[in-house]
Write a protein of this length. Structure first.
Length: 242
């Protein structure tokens, strides 16, 4: 990949297509999820090596609890294993790991692993790996507004102090805006992912299931990102009208 390419500061990925990848290969959905976790283990390290400062991934949405009990239980077991693996690899690279989402009703074994990883990596400085678990963008906004309202009620904040910076500071982890949002598997939906942070993101929808989203596929996403003209609602020059 061309070393002169601009690398986005914050990349977000919806890890979509594990089950369909497995089905296409005659495997179980559990095998698909395991393959996805293995892929993320290697891919996350590569993404930070390319110079990305913040990586957010959609590991489990609030709606995913609607899946079968067997699948949810398997995913919770996979989280306890996978998160520890990610921490072992990325802690050596000075990457901080944070988690976004509601804690209820995640099982205690998952919460304990999440809390330990957060504590173990809290002083790391070279990047942030934001894992969204039991996450929903609308719920994040609701929780932020509740926290702000509580501060106003307790005279810790005034109405005049509320702006976009204030709102963002009350999100789960006060992260910078997303620059590049990737959803694998060819689906064209945000699915309630980082709604506030994705306001001016560039979207990329590769027709590749996540277990097959390799480092080469990520390079393609960066190349496509560099073809985009990010105007943030403005115009590039006086000759453009829209």
């Amino acid at each position: 990949m061309n070393n002169n390419l601009v690398i986005p500061n914050h990349v977000a990925i919806i890890l979509d297509g594990n089950g369909r990848w497995a089905q296409a290969k005659g495997k179980t959905r559990s095998e698909g999820h395991y393959a996805g976790f293995n892929n993320l283990d290697k891919l996350s390290e590569y993404i930070f090596e390319k110079g990305v400062q913040v990586l957010s991934v959609y590991a489990f949405s609030t709606e995913n609890f609607k899946r079968t009990k067997e699948e949810v239980n398997y995913l919770m077991d996979l989280f306890t294993e996978g998160f520890k693996r990610y921490s072992k690899r990325l802690n050596k690279k000075d990457i901080r790991i944070v988690f976004s989402g509601r804690r209820e009703p995640l099982p205690n074994k998952v919460l304990k692993i999440m809390d330990k990883i957060t504590e173990d990596t809290t002083n790391n400085k070279k990047g942030i790996f934001n894992i969204c678990v039991n996450y929903g963008g609308q719920y994040e906004l609701v929780d932020a507004v509740k926290e702000i309202a509580n501060k106003i009620q307790n005279n810790q904040l005034t109405l005049n102090e509320i702006d976009l910076i204030t709102l963002n500071s009350h999100m789960y982890n006060n992260l910078p805006p997303v620059d590049l949002m990737i959803r694998t598997s060819g689906e064209y939906r945000l699915s309630n992912f980082l709604l506030f942070q994705n306001a001016y993101a560039e979207f990329y929808f590769p027709d590749v299931y996540f277990p097959a989203f390799t480092t080469e596929e990520f390079d393609k996403a960066i190349i496509e990102y560099n073809k985009r003209d990010r105007r943030y609602g403005g115009i590039k020059n006086d000759n453009q009208s829209n």
